[in-house]
Design a protein around this ligand. Structure first.
Ligand code: NAD
Length: 363
């Protein structure tokens, strides 16, 4: 029986990398009925919202979605569709495996890290008050009095909520992942020395959860030190669990360790098996329509999706085909070549065709 999966092509370069990923997923032979749903900048004009209700309804019904990146306007315009999707479906965990594939140009070899990022709280919760608005003026006055500290009246405010329940479930998710995939250590990342009531709560809760998993090592790192350690000694780390904002930043750092954003996949997970798979990278709008960027991150998100759907063998075959194409280094996009203007780089479509060819050869 075919699996029902929602497909959100996204905007910018999203549609072209999703098309490439679909060809590769279909070439595994797994039958999927795709329910294509549009969201993002391109539907804003037609529908008056970048995230029509039917997109959420489709994911609720199918429980599984593959998504291309969606642009978030900076400063003004609509809020992030990505954040709204995660919050409205309560996709509280973002799991991002970061590993090096032989053939990728990177300063590091043999990286095998997993980022588990909290997805619904923190400064990313979208609770903000614009400078000069009545709410901002009122809160500045009240907070200044309560905290006995002056907040400049020309400030904007962003609120950072971090809860015990939200932290418990993300840290539990990290430990369950570690157990399932036979990982040895979970590292909680925070800035508890400065933000005592948010990151301090995150750390204290993580320590409590760790007691339930005596078979897995636990440690913590302050986020700035973590960044330095990851650059110097990435091999010392295994599974990292982080609040939302640090998770966002450290994900890109780890993508850099494994050779760039073009190859970093991700899974947003909720309760009851709801899951939305997407690349770590954004919509890379300057490359839109150029058949240039690397679709690997979405293809590898498809690998994670196939595993989630119970199609383990197909998932492994697809990952092996991607790894083989990258290792050979011939039919790869510009970012995987020795220099960015290497004339032998192929386009998004041609790279996907090489992966499909590998899959067919392996049958
Ligand atoms: P980006 O990840 O889109 O791209 C930054 C740069 O990284 C690109 O210009 C390109 O040089 C490189 N890059 C990214 N993906 C690549 C790929 N697949 N192959 C080769 N090179 C690649 O980051 P940005 O420019 O900061 O963000 C663009 C938009 O995407 C913003 O509006 C941002 O908010 C949004 N965004 C969306 C998501 C999401 O949909 N989940 C995630 C991150 C950013």
């Amino acid at each position: 029986m075919a699996h029902n999966v929602t497909l959100i092509p996204g905007d910018g370069t999203g549609p072209e990398i999703c098309e490439a990923a679909l060809k590769c997923i279909e070439a595994t032979g797994v039958k999927i009925d795709w329910d294509v749903q549009q969201a993002g900048a391109d539907v804003m004009a037609a529908k008056g919202t970048p995230l029509p209700d039917q997109v959420i309804e489709s994911i609720r019904k199918n429980k599984v979605a593959l998504k291309g990146p969606i642009t978030t306007p900076v400063g003004s315009g609509f809020r992030s569709v990505n954040v709204a999707l995660r919050q409205s479906l309560d996709l509280f965990a973002c799991v991002r495996p970061c590993k090096t594939y032989p053939g990728v140009r990177s300063r590091y070899q043999n990286i095998d890290l997993v980022i588990v990022r909290e997805n619904t709280e923190d400064l990313y919760a979208g609770i903000e008050f614009e400078k000069g608005t009545p709410d901002a003026v009122r809160f500045i006055d009240e907070i200044s009095k309560a905290a006995k500290k002056k907040i400049r009246p020309d400030s904007g405010l962003s609120i950072k909520p971090i809860s015990v329940s939200g932290t418990d479930r993300i840290v539990t998710c990290a430990f369950e992942y570690a157990r399932k995939y036979k990982r040895k250590k979970v590292t909680a990342v925070h800035k508890a020395n400065i933000m005592k009531f948010t990151d301090g709560l995150f750390l204290a809760t993580a320590r409590e959860v760790a007691k339930r998993y005596p078979d897995i090592a636990f440690e913590d790192r302050i986020v700035d030190n973590m960044c330095m350690q990851l650059v110097q000694f990435p091999e010392m780390y295994d599974v990292l669990v982080l609040p939302n904002l640090y998770g966002d930043i450290v994900s890109d750092l780890c993508a850099g360790l494994i050779g760039g954003l073009g190859i970093a996949p991700g899974a947003n997970l909720g309760l009851g098996g709801t899951a939305l798979f997407e690349a770590t990278h954004g919509s890379a709008p300057k490359y839109k329509g150029l058949n240039k960027i690397n679709p690997t991150a979405v293809i590898l998100s498809g690998v994670l999706m196939l595993e989630h759907l119970g199609e383990k063998e197909a998932s492994e075959r697809l990952e092996a085909a991607v790894a083989a194409v990258i290792k050979e280094g011939k039919d790869v996009t510009y970012d995987l070549k020795p220099s960015k203007d290497d004339p032998s780089a192929v386009g998004t479509k041609e790279y996907a065709a090489a992966v499909v060819k590998r899959l067919q050869k392996g049958r």
